[in-house]
Design a protein around this ligand. Structure first.
Ligand code: ZN
Length: 326
């Protein structure tokens, strides 16, 4: 009897270990021997160096300690769908891996490709010179395993310093999805969520005031928010605004339609730049990240406003004030 329960215990423990293993085995972190660190989040504002319009940051950036040539590992199993050989566009050298017939994982700004892919990249370069080339592979021809090196970190394309840009697209290629929502191996940054500024109808207001005033029918509000780490500034994940306890606006960077890529100026206020983000609380619901815009055509003469800012890891900051028409 004792023996049996011991055996049951062992079997049970094994089951737990197997279960835990299965859950944690989803995705590995793509960089070894560098402290895991997110240096940019999904949805950040990006002034473009080569195009007129600024764009949204469609993935996360991961530190390679500013080094090129660091092996970038496939975070999961899949097959290579496409390789871009181009030093001049936004993404630079990029590898696309299809996982589970569900996601396309993109690794961008690479300095070089794995041995397997180098052969193809070099032969097209010989053929086409420095022109942009996209190489497409049939399904399952070039498989990759979790942990396999697919390329080396670099700063091709619009990268200011060497890093790994990890992006996740839907299989139809129409949407980019916040990697933090899918990849469980991404580290939570040690950071403070901050609201630095508030503007109402274009006028700067002091953050923390209990009463703000406005003129006209509507109060169009912008907030300057960020996630501040010891070394850099990250974008936030969502903002909600309530007027007298009714939710009137909600924005969330869970996914971004690729057709919205160049519409960053519609969501961000005009004083935004690469590390300073003014979020409009009145952007159109036609943008994929704007979940709700039900601002009243005429705001009440006096109301209570609550603005809740949240980061990707559940940290929240709330602004509460009375809003009065002048
Ligand atoms: Zn990036």
């Amino acid at each position: 009897m004792r023996c049996r329960s011991r055996l049951e215990f062992v079997v049970f423990s094994l089951l737990i270990i197997l279960t835990v293993h299965t859950f944690s085995a989803g995705f590995i972190y793509p960089i070894k021997n560098v402290k895991p660190r997110i240096t940019s989040t999904f949805g950040e504002y990006r002034p473009s160096m080569t195009e007129d319009n600024p764009h949204f940051h469609m993935g996360v950036d991961l530190s390679t300690a500013y080094r090129s040539g660091v092996p970038i590992l496939s975070i999961t199993d899949g097959y290579i769908m496409r390789v871009d050989v181009d030093d001049n566009d936004i993404y630079g050298y990029t590898v696309y891996v299809v996982h589970d017939e569900k996601y396309i994982l993109m690794y961008a700004h690479l300095s070089d490709f794995s041995e397997k892919l180098k052969y193809f990249a070099e032969s097209v370069k010989r053929e086409f010179g420095n022109r942009r080339v996209e190489i497409y592979f049939p399904k399952d021809i070039l498989k990759v395993e979790k942990g396999e090196t697919i390329g080396y970190s670099g700063e091709t394309g619009e990268a200011i310093a060497p890093h790994c840009h990890l992006e996740i697209r839907s299989l139809d290629g129409k949407r980019s999805i916040d990697p933090v929502e899918i990849v469980d191996s991404l580290p939570k940054p040690n950071a403070q969520l901050e609201i630095l500024g508030i503007r109402i109808n274009g006028e700067d207001e002091e953050v923390g005031r209990t009463v703000h005033t406005f003129e006209g029918d509507q109060a169009l509000i912008e907030v300057n928010a960020r996630l501040k780490t010891d070394t850099n500034v990250l974008g936030i994940d969502s903002i909600e605004m309530y007027i007298d306890d009714t939710k009137v606006y909600e924005m969330k960077f869970d996914e971004i339609d690729l057709s919205d890529f160049n519409k960053a100026d519609e969501l961000f206020g005009r004083r935004s730049n690469a590390s300073n983000y003014w979020y409009k609380l009145y952007a159109s619901e036609e943008l994929s990240m704007v979940k709700l815009n039900k601002l009243p055509d005429r705001f009440p003469g006096s109301s209570y406003v609550r603005i809740i800012v949240e980061d990707d890891w559940g940290r929240k900051k709330t602004l509460k004030f009375k809003l009065v028409r002048r």
